[in-house]
Structures are given as C-alpha cells and as structure tokens.
Design a protein around this ligand. Sequence first.
Ligand SMILES: N[C@@H](CCC(=O)N[C@@H](CS)C(=O)NCC(=O)O)C(=O)O
Length: 202
Amino acid sequence: MLLYHSPATPFGRKVMVVILELGLKDQVEVIHVSGTPLAPGSLPVAQNPLGKIPALQTDAGVIYDSRVICRYLNDLAGGTLYPSAPALWQTLTREATVDGILEAALAMVYEVRLRPEDKQFPEWIEAQWAKASRALDLIEAEWMDHLNSPLDMPQFALACALEYLDFRLDARNWRQGRPKLAAWQAEFAKRPAMQATKPVAI
Ligand SMILES: N[C@@H](CCC(=O)N[C@@H](CS)C(=O)NCC(=O)O)C(=O)O
C-alpha cells in the first residue's frame, strides 16, 4: 500500500500511529507530499479529488479521509480499535469530536498562514477556537473513564490532536483548566508510536 502523507499533518499522523500500533509498517510505503488548498503542490489530487492527505492507495483502490483509512487498517489487521455496534456509534462520535478539534485547529492555521493579513478574520478564528475549546472541556469533564479504558481509535486521534495543538497553536495553552487531560496526554505521548511520529515543520 502507498500512503500519501506529510510529517506535519495531524490527520496523516493518526494513520501513521495506527500503522505502527497494528504492526502494518512493512505493508505500507509512505510518500511524503506537500501543498495547500491554494497551491496543491505534490498533494495527491489524482488519487483524491479533494486534494487532501492522508490518502491510501490499496490493491482495491484509493481510500481517503483519515477516519476511513484508520477503520480500513484496523479491519485489515484484525485490530480492536473499534467495537461492534451499538458501542461503535459512541466510538465513532468520539472520533468525530476529536477530528472536529483538528478541523477547527487546521482552519485557524490556514487562516493565518494562507490568507493575506488584511483579509484575515479574527472573529472567525476565535469562533473556530471556541469549537475546539468546548470539545476539550467536554473531554476533560466526561471522557476520563473512557481514556483510561482499553485502547481505541478516539484515544489515538485525541493524542494526535493534542500534540497538533502544541505544534501549531501552543499559545492557546489547551492544558490550562484541563489537568486530567494534560496528565493523560503526558502519559500517552510516551507510547513508541507517538514518539516515532512527532510532527515536523516543513
Ligand atoms: N477529513 C480529512 C481532513 C484531511 C485534511 O484536511 N488534510 C490536510 C492536511 S492536515 C490537507 O490535505 N490539506 C490540503 C487541502 O485541504 O487542500 C481527513 O481526516 O483525512
């Protein structure tokens, strides 16, 4: 399989972590690409019309969107990152919540990095942070039992999302007022798959 990826993408990182955790490393060749919505560069537009990474080329065709890829890889490896229905619906909702944090964070990053300064919209940036912040508050208040339960996909997604906030939006200080989440993240970050996939600025 070929994985289109970049060392800076948090969505791609989720997939990389799953590959390592599920022991699939030898089955995947990683192709590093780069680009933005404005300048797609080497992003795999032929493989994914949305021009987004990650995208996974498999014998059965291209699979894209990190959530779909992670679920595919879990299925391929016979992993246990997703339960069966009905518990599945809560797991998928948790995964979507975490990806929503990432989507808001990425929108904030793009707004500042890609928009000319005179066209940037601070209220819109704050509205994105409000989404992420509300989700983080919910996680701090209600997810600790889940986070300390057997490993599942939302936990990996969350660990990647929190480190992306450190990587690109450090000034927002997500740890403030969220001591339980901060302690969980510090421990989870020690996992070899997390250590091996730390984001790299490009
Ligand atoms: N929902 C997608 C989001 C992927 C995404 O937004 N990737 C970013 C990199 S972090 C990207 O490819 N951006 C380029 C673009 O939007 O044109 C997923 O989970 O894979």
